[in-house]
Design a protein around this ligand. Structure first.
Ligand code: PEP
Length: 252
């Protein structure tokens, strides 16, 4: 059975003190929820990773990094590497978020290197991809998503895929309040699963969790999560409010 996942991407939000408060509240609230075959992941900023990791050591909540450098160490001012993330007991990293692609120029080729570095260091990867509005309008969305996945992930071996979580995030739906309809999400997720099945064995495709991201809120989560090929969500804005994030977790 595929694992369901609700992951919160906190982006560049929450100071140290605010991180402590939010983790504490989440951990408290989640104790009342029965999670069956479901993982809950939060991704605070780098400076707060160690604290969040320590605070959740005995919790069902897992912690992820939002990015990492492709090399293990060196003269790369301002960067953070996979071994540094692992050293604070964080085992998951988000790679390829559209904000990294758009504002920091991350290409498919660079992401392929980052994926390799993450796997080499035994980090699980939440790999994000998705089309911009013009691609959707011109009907190129399948082609774009296919290219992003092929270029960054299709050099991997079948066994590597146990460490890959896919996150389809149409860029036009991120932080805009606009969501892909549940049918649009299902259509793309089924396409992605088929793509993986064609390249690898069908059990790789059947096992990989594919999350949807883009303005998931308490009001639309249940309908989106009800779709066959949607295995959970990558949540931005709504992950910063305990009540909203908990409602989304309960909707899975
Ligand atoms: C995201 O940034 O991954 C995201 C899905 O953001 P939001 O939920 O705010 O659209």
């Amino acid at each position: 059975m595929r694992t369901k996942i609700v992951a919160g991407n906190w982006k560049m939000n929450k100071t140290y003190k605010e991180t402590k408060a939010l983790v504490k509240e989440l951990d408290h609230s989640i104790k009342d929820v029965t999670l069956s075959n479901t993982r809950v992941i939060i991704a605070p900023t780098f400076v707060n990773l160690q604290k969040a990791s320590k605070m959740t050591r005995k919790s069902v909540i897992e912690v992820a990094a939002q990015n990492m450098h492709q090399l293990d160490s060196g003269a790369y001012t301002g960067e953070v590497s996979a071994p540094m993330i692992k050293a604070v007991h964080v085992n998951v990293v988000i790679l390829g978020h559209s904000e990294r692609r758009e504002y920091f120029g991350e290409t498919d080729a660079l992401l392929a290197q980052k994926v390799d570095a993450a796997l080499k260091n035994d980090l699980e990867v939440i790999f994000c991809f998705g089309e911009v509005l013009e691609d959707r309008k011109s009907g190129n969305h399948f082609k774009v998503v296919e290219r992003q996945i092929k270029n960054a992930l299709f050099h991997l071996d079948s066994e590597d895929w146990s460490k890959i979580i896919l996150a389809y995030e149409p860029v036009w739906a991120i932080g805009t309040g606009e969501t892909a309809s549940p049918d649009q999400a299902q259509e793309m997720h089924a396409f992605i699963r088929e793509l993986v099945a064609e390249r690898y064995l069908s059990d790789v495709a059947e096992e990989v969790s594919i999350l949807y991201g883009g303005s998931v809120k308490p009001g639309n989560a249940q309908e989106i999560f009800s779709k066959t090929d949607v295995d959970g969500g990558l949540i931005g804005g709504a992950a910063l409010k305990v009540d909203d994030f908990m409602s989304i977790i309960k909707a899975i």
